[in-house]
Design a protein around this ligand. Structure first.
Ligand code: T46
Length: 128
């Protein structure tokens, strides 16, 4: 599983930037933000058939558990410029959010409900 470090430009502020395919390894077609997250919330619990994503916790902290069906890894995201690449066919769960957590996600495709696999056993069957 790959982390992504976006460049930071620091003067009297911190500016974090990405463009084209320089840091995020796909063309970005959609961006979404998740905020006001209940600390006990578990988000995700699905895989995408085709969509790739890059997930950043731009404020606060959170954990993300990723599995390709064989190997499971857990990352704790604490830095606004260091995120995680979530490839297609990766089961993901987001949890342990700090009260102030804000999640920013770049996605390789527009929102399509049919791209989601929400049943873990179905994911395992397809992943093998
Ligand atoms: C993911 C994690 C990190 C839309 O209408 N458009 C969108 O682009 C998205 C992402 C969601 N929605 C609607 C669909 C649902 O009615 O927003 C509602 C909540 O979506 P969902 O339950 O999928 O939210 P999460 O936080 O479990 O998952 C989302 C993404 O869907 C998913 O791709 O990896 O954030």
């Amino acid at each position: 599983m790959k982390t992504i470090a976006l460049p930071r430009f620091i003067d009297e502020a911190v500016l974090i930037s990405t463009q084209d395919k320089k840091s995020v390894p796909f063309a970005i077609r959609r961006v979404f933000i998740i905020r006001n997250i209940k600390s006990k919330a578990i988000r995700g619990k699905h895989a995408h058939k085709k969509t790739k994503q890059a997930l950043f916790c731009i404020q606060g902290s959170m954990k993300v558990k990723l599995s390709d069906g064989k190997k499971t890894v857990v990352h704790r995201l604490t830095k606004p410029n260091v995120g995680i690449f979530i490839n297609q066919m990766t089961w993901s769960e987001m949890y342990d959010f700090s009260r102030d957590a804000i999640v920013l996600v770049f996605a390789s495709d527009v929102y399509k409900n049919r791209d989601y696999i929400r049943d873990y056993q179905a994911f395992l069957r397809k992943a093998r």
